[in-house]
Design a protein around this ligand. Structure first.
Ligand code: F6P
Length: 540
């Protein structure tokens, strides 16, 4: 049945009609316990969802919708390795990558855990050797630079986590990430690096991605130009991929390849061998701690009833705003500088997963699916775009993420940071009325400008400290939130056909940019004109 025709959906629509004007000021006034009642702890994270425009009835109706859409069954199917990625006929088992309980997870009748554990063990052995200076380069020098070359899911997760967990990293080892096919990215990343001390990790699920292969070839040329011996490739290049054949074709020996599997989606692959640069940066023990955090959230998600289930609550709140209030974006505002790439990771996780307009059955959906996800770390955003969140004409539901203990407890910085986080959520919820302004002595035309309507919904997520465990739990929380929403919106959250057309067109345009001859351009007039303009002015 079409989602919007389900009785549970209709009940929510009616409920929305009745309650949409309810103000958080009234909801809090009517229930002094609200700020502690609408909270939850899981996997070391604390969630306060009291500043959402919901009543107990709203949450009951949202959970009823989740039940009716088959969420509990869908969760079981994912964890059990059913082929829920139907358009690619694949299981979706990123949870097996951090299955610390090691319970068997069968795919096609075979337990995947021995292979998962074997790759983790190889990664740990390699990471230890690089960190200890035992994995030396072609000239016998220890590696001081590790450059991950990958893009999308083969970049964003480990890049985000390497930044987030910097305090756990070996500061003598520079771990950096090159993704963009823009040569500037590579050139600036390796500027000042000595090829004799530089290890490249070529990370690509398919090992055919244009950007990654281009950067990888450039990296090989850069290395060989300095070291002047093909044999150097074996010491300076390792690969992370699902395709041994493509890795071999590129010239990296299977012994230097770390495997993962087609049942790991790119944007869900941080816990696979794609996490190798992170493991080298923070060490296998800290990496294992991160996996524990992921696993703790996985267990919570799989086991907790919907009304006490953090990913389900966050997911259904997003549905409430997206589908009933018409919110089109979702802000993720991390009050921790180390999390400055967290929103970028979530953008791929969420938008590549749920940015779909066709249902799992192949019909066009008649309801809104994934929102635009965006964000910058606090407090920077406060002095940039928060104006619109406070007083703009559209509702921007937002998650505020903070930690109670800083890794850098300088003076009173952290109290000031957290005071801002807490104050923002209160200001957004309760605003400031014209009466309050008058009581403060304000008169005249400025009252309209200085009035804050409030009633702007937020979640607050707090961790004790940004440890590997906390980062794992936080990342898994969002993975599962995205899953919940994909089930409600009836989309396949695990394919990404929408990125293909641009790739195909780029390969058609590329030869037309080559300097030789005058190409017979058969595109639309804009595309043709852009190609001609570029050809006429290109650098070479
Ligand atoms: O183009 C999108 C995409 O396929 C992502 O889903 C993926 O994470 C990224 O490209 C990189 O793909 P690969 O790991 O195969 O290089």
């Amino acid at each position: 049945m079409m989602r919007t025709q389900m009785p549970e959906w209709r009940k929510l629509a009616e409920h929305h009609e009745r309650t949409r004007e309810a103000h958080l000021r009234e909801l809090f006034a009517a229930d002094p316990e609200r700020g502690t009642r609408l909270t939850l702890e899981a996997a070391g994270l604390y969630l306060d969802y009291s500043k959402n425009r919901v009543t107990g009835e709203t949450m009951r109706l949202l959970f009823a919708l989740a039940e009716a859409c088959g969420l509990p069954r869908a969760v079981r199917d994912m964890f059990a390795g059913e082929r829920i990625n139907t358009t690619e006929n694949r299981a979706v088992l990123h949870t097996a990558l951090r299955n610390r309980a090691n319970a068997p997870v069968p795919v096609g009748g075979r337990d995947v855990m021995p292979a998962v554990n074997a790759v983790l063990a190889r990664m740990a052995d390699f990471a230890r050797r690089v960190r200890a200076g035992q994995w030396t380069g072609h000239t016998g020098r220890r590696m001081r630079n590790v450059v991950n070359i990958g893009i999308g899911g083969s970049d964003l997760g480990p890049a985000m986590a390497a930044e987030a967990l910097k305090p756990y990293g070996d500061r003598n080892l520079r771990v950096c990430f090159v993704s963009n096919v823009d040569g500037t990215h590579f050139a600036e990343a390796v500027r000042g690096m000595d090829p004799a001390e530089t290890l490249f990790i070529i990370a690509s699920k398919t090992f055919t991605t244009l950007e990654t292969m281009t950067n990888a070839r450039t990296a090989r040329a850069w290395t060989l130009e300095a070291l002047r011996d093909e044999a150097a490739v074996a010491r300076h290049f390792v690969a992370v991929s699902t395709s041994a054949a493509e890795v071999r074709a590129f010239g990296i020996a299977p012994a230097n390849m770390f495997e993962f599997w087609d049942w790991v989606g790119g944007r869900y692959s941080l816990c696979s061998a794609i996490g190798l640069p992170l493991m080298i940066a923070i060490g296998p023990e800290n990496f294992a701690e991160m996996l524990e955090g992921f696993h703790a959230m996985d267990r919570h998600f799989a086991g907790a009833p919907l009304d006490a289930n953090m990913p389900a609550i966050l997911g259904m709140l997003g549905v409430w705003y997206n589908n009933f209030f018409g919110a089109r974006t979702h802000a993720v505002l991390a009050y921790d500088q180390y999390l400055h790439r967290f929103a970028a990771h979530l953008q791929q996780l969420d938008m590549e997963s749920n940015g779909k307009s066709v249902s799992r059955g192949g019909q066009r959906v008649a309801w809104a699916t994934g929102p635009v996800v965006w964000g910058e770390p606090g407090t920077n955003g406060q002095h940039a775009f928060y104006q619109l969140i406070h007083q703009g004409t559209q509702m921007v539901p937002a998650d505020f993420i903070g930690v109670c203990r800083s890794h850098n407890p300088l003076g009173d910085h952290h109290d000031k940071l957290m005071a801002n986080l807490i104050a923002q959520t209160a200001a957004l919820a309760f605003g400031k009325t014209a009466e309050e302004l008058r009581a403060e002595g304000l008169r005249g035309g400025l009252i309209a400008h200085k009035t804050f309507d409030g009633n702007r919904p937020t979640n607050t997520i707090l961790a004790a400290s940004l440890t590997p465990h906390a980062l794992g739990a936080l990342t898994a929380l969002y993975e599962h939130k995205v899953f919940v929403q994909g089930v409600i919106w009836d989309v396949n959250s695990f394919d990404q056909w929408g990125v293909e057309l641009g790739k195909q067109l780029a390969s058609a345009v590329l030869p037309e940019l080559a300097p030789a001859g005058e190409p017979d351009l058969r595109h639309d007039s804009s595309t043709n004109a852009l190609i001609r303009r570029y050809r006429g002015r290109r650098g070479r």
